[in-house]
Design a protein around this ligand. Structure first.
Ligand SMILES: NC(=O)c1ccc[n+]([C@@H]2O[C@H](COP(=O)([O-])OP(=O)(O)OC[C@H]3O[C@@H](n4cnc5c(N)ncnc54)[C@H](OP(=O)(O)O)[C@@H]3O)[C@@H](O)[C@H]2O)c1
Length: 107
């Protein structure tokens, strides 16, 4: 079983639903995982951290979601094979505790 709700770095208003999913072993699919592309845009809130980290803003947005919860199942939409490959590679991006907090504050 799974739940799909609006959730991304910039809009975490479904936090209570996510917590419920964690407690009940339900998958949580974050709708608009990179905020319809806004979190990935050049000059966006993740751009500066991205330069420091060596990962793209989209990858940071997805890595943050994956770090947030073991029940998180992001399915980012894209019309581009390059973005698809970039987004899949986000699963390998590891965030330090400091980066995780900084991303939550930046968005
Ligand atoms: N539950 C619901 O009611 C509901 C409603 C709407 C959507 N959804 C689901 O939510 C999921 C995601 O929705 P979504 O696709 O609209 O939102 P999204 O995944 O947050 O954002 C998609 C946008 O991000 C861009 N993008 C993707 N990867 C990128 C990258 N690496 N770098 C830069 N830009 C990138 C895409 O542009 P490019 O094409 O140029 O890559 C596209 O404009 C879908 O599976 C959809 O079915 C659910």
């Amino acid at each position: 079983m799974s739940v799909q709700n609006l959730y991304n770095l910039a809009d975490r208003s479904a936090e209570d639903v996510l917590t419920h999913c964690e407690r009940n072993d339900l998958a949580f699919i974050p709708w608009f995982p990179i905020a319809t592309g806004n979190l990935a845009r050049p000059g966006g809130p993740l751009d500066a951290i991205s330069t420091d980290h060596g990962a793209s803003p989209a990858q940071l947005a997805l890595a943050w979601l994956l770090r947030r919860s073991p029940v998180m199942l992001p399915i980012p939409g894209t019309s581009s094979v390059a973005h698809l490959e970039e987004n899949v590679a986000a699963a390998e991006v590891e965030l330090t505790d400091e980066e995780y907090e900084a991303l939550a504050d930046a968005a």
